[in-house]
Design a protein around this ligand. Structure first.
Ligand SMILES: [Zn+2]
Ligand SMILES: [Zn+2]
Length: 344
């Protein structure tokens, strides 16, 4: 039996509005992932284009709140209220629950029920296993609001294990060189560390200073990362044959000149695009993404059986065209302020 059915009145597009501040849920009186400070914000995850500072009240998972506190300190929000995964709560005239999104630690989809309709705001998500966070949980719904960061058929992410194997192979080929891998500080960094550990890499992994705080936070929240050392202060001899992780902005920068003849790598879904790798000075592109690829987007939309799909930041047009051609109502949700590079 299918969940798809006629939408009751008022339809969700009448009670969920796009405002300059972001998505506003009228009968609940709250915004989701607002771009500007609002009285009440529900936040899907800690990436900085979703979790912004200075909201008067914030509702998010405990992990997301911890990430916001680590990044913003007192500006994380006036009152911070943790949302337990899977527990429904009433806000105004809306039943709200948070369920895992599989994107980064603490990431959640926000499920809204009002006037007989169920809407899932998925935030950012992926479907493949990630040792650093809970897996995406599909929820049947009338309207599924999806990202489309990699919403083109060209984006098909290969298995992570194969990408990590290419990194380890390169280290074996060039034992006298350091391998510096560009990773986003929230999520990708810790996932690459865990994938290396799963592949048997038990040596210390060296970190650019900008990555330390969130690695410490992940460990304190129960994600073991194994031995980590600061890259700053380590000698060239010590770093030969080692893995060094750094923010993407640092890998082709003066910072990496301290490393012995570095092989420059980067872990991102964008590494599928050769030109982007070349422009960024990346010699060893690793296609490891925290976002759904084209197939995962389509499979997820099928699985949640949504009759209607609203597409946010990314390549909306191809996905909308594909969904319409299979009989679904689909439209772009014109939200501004999302950055395509957020943890991709
Ligand atoms: Zn994100
Ligand atoms: Zn995002």
């Amino acid at each position: 039996m299918s969940y798809r059915r006629a939408m009751p009145n008022p339809r969700p597009d009448q009670w969920i509005r796009v405002q300059p501040e972001g998505l506003f849920v009228v009968p609940g009186g709250f915004h989701v992932d607002p771009m500007r400070p609002v009285p009440r914000a529900l936040v899907t995850h800690g990436h900085s284009d979703h979790a912004r500072p200075n909201n008067a009240a914030v509702l998010a998972t405990a992990e997301t709140l911890a990430i916001m506190r680590a990044r913003y300190g007192d500006a994380a929000g006036g009152t911070l209220q943790p949302a337990a995964l899977g527990e429904s709560m009433r806000i105004g005239e809306v039943d709200v629950s948070f369920v895992p999104a599989g994107h980064v630690l603490g990431s959640a989809q926000i499920v809204l029920e009002h006037a007989g309709s169920r809407v899932v705001l998925s935030g950012d998500y992926k479907r493949r296993p990630d040792p650093t966070c809970r897996p995406f949980q599909p929820v049947l719904c009338d309207v599924f609001v999806t990202e489309a960061t990699f919403g083109l058929p060209v984006f098909r992410h290969p298995p992570d294990s194969g990408e990590i194997a290419r990194l380890l192979h390169s280290i074996a080929l060039f034992p006298e060189r350091a391998h510096v891998v560009g990773v986003y500080s929230l999520g990708k960094c810790q996932r690459v560390i865990c994938l290396l550990r799963q592949a048997g890499w038990d040596r210390p992994i060296y970190l650019h200073g900008a990555l330390q705080a969130l690695c410490d936070l992940y460990e304190s929240l129960g994600v073991p990362l194994g031995p980590l050392l600061p890259a700053t202060g380590a000698s060239k001899a010590e770093l030969a044959g080692q893995v060094v992780l750094a923010p993407p902005s640092a890998i082709a920068d003066r910072w990496s000149r301290r490393l012995p003849d570095p092989v420059v790598a980067a872990a991102s879904g964008w590494m599928r695009v050769r030109q982007r790798a070349r422009q960024g000075g990346v010699e060893l592109p690793l296609v490891i993404s925290d976002h759904a690829d084209w197939d995962e987007l389509l499979a997820t939309i099928d699985e949640v059986e949504a009759g209607e799909v609203w597409v946010t930041h990314g390549r909306e047009e191809a996905l909308i065209h594909q969904l319409r051609s299979t009989g679904r109502a689909a439209r772009a949700l014109a939200l501004i302020g999302f950055e395509e590079d957020d943890g991709a």
